[in-house]
Design a protein around this ligand. Sequence first.
Ligand code: BYC
Length: 335
Amino acid sequence: MYTQAMDVPDGSNPAASAPDSGSPQQRAHFDATIAADGRIEPQDWMPEAYRQTLLRQISQHANSEIVGMLPEGNWISRAPSLKRKAILIAKVQDEGGHGLYLYGAAETLGTSRADMIAALHSGRAKYSSIFNYPALSWADVGVIGWLVDGAAIMNQIPLCRCSYGPYARAMIRICKEESFHQRQGFDALLAMMRGTPAQQAMVQDAVNRWWWKCLAMFGPPDADSEHSAQSMRWGIKRIGNDELRQQFIDATVPQAEVLGVTLPDPELKWNAERSHYDHGAIDWEEFRSTLAGYGPCNRERLATRVAAHENGRWVREAALAHARKQQQRNTEDAS
Ligand code: BYC
């Protein structure tokens, strides 16, 4: 079951199993690069804890992208029009691509994609809590685009300035695509809000079910966040969980007004003194329980992911056999 974070090093990878404490010059170079807001690249020396922190966050992020394909993927066959179906297929395909960029970035830290996928499938690695909730209606697909992708963008824009070069570069490309995802979600909801009372009620119901879960996407409050302070010192995270959550709320309230939906928080109101919206309390107990494997869809998501991997085995084997044949032919032609 999905419970624990990635368990590395596992001894199978020499780079992962031989932590290098670095020479004084290497440590000074790392510290100076971070202090000058420069980029650490794969060939640079880095402290083992920095490497592990990146590996944990990037692999979890990659896992979130590919598990995140599932709730929306379920709706491709039921999209209400050809246009919406084409858009949804493109979006789900984008998420798969994001997973690949991110696994690629994580591989530069000395682990393999196969190991990361195995950690996800065995329940040792996490993925975003948000994907353990069901997408019950077509409005949920719009809300995932508007709110889930909206929260993801808010979190991911600062990651474009991450101190680790490959992660920062992957995020620049991902954020461009996520911004299209968010707009298509808003557009789908706007069409429904201009429709029948039943469609409007469907949107409101979806917003009611997803709002609080989206606020938890930013992670625990800073005071309880195990990794934030160190990650910010290293320039991996640039903004804390609470500030990002607040930015998301502040940006979303006016959008909800345009749509004509009510955000399900009676305590949500503008605070002129703070120049931010005040909001009600988040149910962190529910968040912890979902992370511990007891959300409504944890088992289903992991089982679907494992089945997809197994069903694709023959494709991977055929691609490898083809690559081997081509390599052999190239060697024969060259000799
Ligand atoms: N869900 O010390 P903290 C997408 C864990 S998908 C699960 O604050 P950190 C999309 C955290 O990992 C994009 N776990 O940690 C795709 C840590 O546990 P471990 C999703 C969570 O790392 C398809 C513990 O709680 N975006 O856009 O400093 C369709 C303590 O937390 C969550 C990303 O993945 C959570 N919500 O900060 C539509 C962004 N929150 O590792 C859309 C990249 C916390 O010690 N990730 N935890 O076992 C991050 O920015 C950071 O990892 C977090 C957490 C802000 C999530």
